[in-house]
Ligand binder design. Structure first.
Ligand code: TXA
Ligand code: MG
Length: 351
């Protein structure tokens, strides 16, 4: 096992000498984890099939799950995409750099290992100075999935990357916590109607305002159904404890969660609760490990803290996690999506 170098960098104005060090590793075909605005990515030279293969090995990721290619700007699109449609430039002008990934026809310069053998390639320009500086210094696009072991929670801090991949990758650039906290929205532009394959940091409402009609892909429950976007597999982002997601109005949901928490604790379960700060009084006297994720009125904060809170509950060694839902408006949809997957479909609708 090699040892992983951890390099702290200033997230706003990264030292060019440190970025060069990381770029050198990438040029030699190595693997560097780096912060993006959404989550930490595990980067390799997207145009070097052997380097990209290393990502799949380090993550334990199955070869059928394609990777996102990260560009420094939309001028690089023709390098990796065949026939860029004008709508891609329209969306790029509106949302890049930012948490929107576009699925477009693959150019033959992109090795098939990146696209899992498929005819399309996913691309985005991340809104993080460290990510952008690294892509520019490398001089090639970076293929980068979230920097976690396959099926684990996405990392929003460098320490999460080390928890999963220490010794398996060459370097982590530590630029502090990721400011968005949930992954990018994946939008397919190769279907008759633009289709959201994964809700994320750019809301459905914002895409509809820019495009008109936008469709949601059906949520797959089995591998056979996931061929258009394998990463949307139902059991993904999973903590070890069994997680149950409670959906419904807050007034209806909290008393039910309280009853279940008390009942579970009485029967010897170690209960974990994922709540908003304002929910705490409803659980007074309940023996549980609590993680709060900001307030339900500020979904940016909830998204930012979500994965770290789930990781903390995992480390607290609870056996049952009860999580509340945050609605489907704006970032709520991405939050609900990640919690539903963490619950492996174990969702209770109250009312
Ligand atoms: O915010 C993000 O998107 C982060 C940061 C690092 O950029 N990356 C990320 O990558 O979440 P990953 O590999 O964990 O998730 C990529 C998602 C998966 O659901 C994958 O199946 C989908 O994008 N995807 C990649 N290429 C695709 C393609 N050609 N067609 C359809 N879906 C694709
Ligand atoms: Mg991932």
């Amino acid at each position: 096992m090699k040892s992983t170098i951890v390099l702290p960098v200033d997230p706003a104005t990264p030292d060019p000498a440190l970025i060069q060090e990381a770029a050198l590793i990438l040029r030699r075909g190595g693997l560097v984890a780096f912060p993006t605005e959404t989550v930490y990515g595990l980067g390799a030279n997207a145009l070097d099939g052997e380097a990209v293969q290393g990502i799949f090995v380090a993550k334990g990721r199955p070869a059928y799950d394609p990777l996102i290619v990260h560009l420094a700007d939309c001028e690089a699109l023709p390098q990796v995409v065949a026939d860029v449609p004008s709508v891609a430039y329209t969306l790029a002008a509106r949302f890049w750099p930012g948490p929107l990934t576009l699925v477009l026809p693959r150019s033959q310069h992109v090795p098939l290992v990146v696209t899992a053998g498929g005819p399309t390639v996913a691309v985005r320009v991340p809104a993080h100075p460290v990510a952008l500086a690294l892509i520019r210094a490398a001089g090639f696009p970076l293929a980068a999935p979230s920097a976690n072991r396959f099926g684990h929670l996405s990392p929003t801090q460098a320490i999460h990357v080390l928890d999963d991949l220490d010794g398996c990758i060459d370097m982590v650039l530590d630029g502090g916590p990721a400011p968005v906290g949930v992954e990018s929205t994946v939008l397919s532009l190769v279907m008759p109607v633009p289709t959201i394959l994964r809700p994320g940091g750019i809301s459905r409402e914002a895409l509809e305002a820019a495009l008109g009609a936008v469709q949601m892909a059906a949520q797959p429950f089995s591998i056979a159904e996931t061929l258009t976007s394998p990463g949307t597999l139902m059991k993904h982002y999973a903590p070890r404890a069994r997680l149950t997601l409670y959906r419904g109005s807050r007034d209806a949901v909290l008393p039910v969660m309280r009853e279940v928490a008390l009942y579970s604790a009485e029967r010897g379960q170690r209960v974990g609760l994922l709540l908003a700060e304002e929910d705490l009084p409803a659980f007074s006297g309940v023996p549980a490990t609590v993680q709060t994720v900001g307030t339900g009125g500020a979904l940016e904060e909830v998204a930012r803290q979500l994965f770290a809170a789930l990781r903390a509950l995992d480390h607290a060694d609870v056996t049952a996690i009860l999580a509340r839902d945050f609605g489907a408006a704006g970032l709520g949809l991405a939050i609900r999506d990640r919690l539903t997957r963490a619950a492996a479909g174990n969702v209770v609708d109250v009312e």
